[in-house]
Design a protein around this ligand. Sequence first.
Ligand code: ATP
Ligand code: MG
Length: 442
Amino acid sequence: QQAMEQEGKTILQHLQEQGYEAYFVGGCVRDKVLGRSIKDFDIATSALPEQVMASFPRIVPTGLQHGTVTVIMKHGAYEVTTFRAESQYEDHRRPQEVTYISSLTQDLRRRDFTINAMAMNQDGEIFDPFGGREDLAAGLLRCVGEAEERFGEDALRMLRCLRFASVYGLEVESQTWQALLRQAPLLRHVAMERVRSELQSMLAGPAPAQALRLLLASRLWQHFKRQLSLPFEMWLAQPAALDAVGALEEHRTRWALLLLLLEMPTDVVRSALQELTFSRADTDAVAGVLALYEQLARQLLPDAAAAPADLEPRQLSRLWKVAAVAHGLQPARDLLQVLRVLLPSYDAAQAASDSVLARFMHDAASLLAEHGSTWLEEMPCSTLKELAVNGSDLVQALDRPAGPWIGQMLYWLLEQVALGELLNDRTSLLLAIAEADPKLYS
Ligand code: ATP
Ligand code: MG
């Protein structure tokens, strides 16, 4: 980071030597003021993009329509953007076209929040015309200028507001918050990809529970372009469980925990993730955890009204292994992590409620948290690929025409091996096949 800052300063200097103004701007100045680690050093300059391109040997024209040129140096890449104004906002989104200007202050004025509207020169002097430092010191997140107007220009700023407030532990200044509440319906103009990306950043931050509280308090989620039919209010009823999400490292386990708390069927959650434009892989990873939990809960608590039966570890280990084979080792490991961080927030009183999750936490979760990983490690194999026989072996051994029975039989063998009932070698498996009751696979 030191090297990058130094290199960034060389860029500032080089532009200045040619008679242009140049400053670090935006997130890097904010993080510098806070003494935080800096991701990337963005630069603003009075030089036009062509002039920037002519000044450095290695450049990539990454965003010419916005006046941005990326300068490639030894230690990193630097976005150099010409001072600009954003005048014509269309449909409550930032414009495609921009106007170049010559004033740093005017460039800072178009930025979203005071803490993001500071600049720094190569001597480390800070230019802060909108009081960003003061707001940071007071722990406030405030729009530059008239908040209602700023959210009206670009509705995405409302989600950015929740993100910066939660990630930096700031309180949203009251005028800004009031404006956000009024402008919330404009969020319908924002593409779901951008909504998802902001949500992901919020939830990846140090205070995901706070981000969700802000999301609920502002009711922004009700104004997403695509409706998500999930009962998000349920989070508010489980504050301790909601707070537990911050203890998880991985994005997918954070999402899995949060969605688990909503106690909705996996396919409903899956559709919501699709509406949110989650990638196929992310959707599968999160839904896999929920599906595995759903299978266990259905088997362990078949009757919602019945008193929980005494749970035998041996019985649970079998259900667990079968479920892990069905849904995969990664979802199983993820579920264990989720259960471990959730456990302290559930108590016996909740188990008496009609929440399936609360009863699951009470009956099965601590056994799983304790033994679940060992049970997974005990399994000699967990996927069809690892099985010592394949489909054509079955066709040969039984002399039957190929058909859906092959998949069923392989899967049955896999379960038996995973449970330790059969050895995973060709001879034992072929013997088991010959002796197996055809009902198992027809
Ligand atoms: P991060 O650490 O998340 O990258 P950042 O402040 O660098 O935070 P970016 O999205 O990278 O955020 O944007 C860089 C700068 O551009 C911001 O600091 C802000 O000044 C300005 N900016 C970005 N998006 C907007 C927007 N939607 N409206 C107004 N200004 C914006
Ligand atoms: Mg940035």
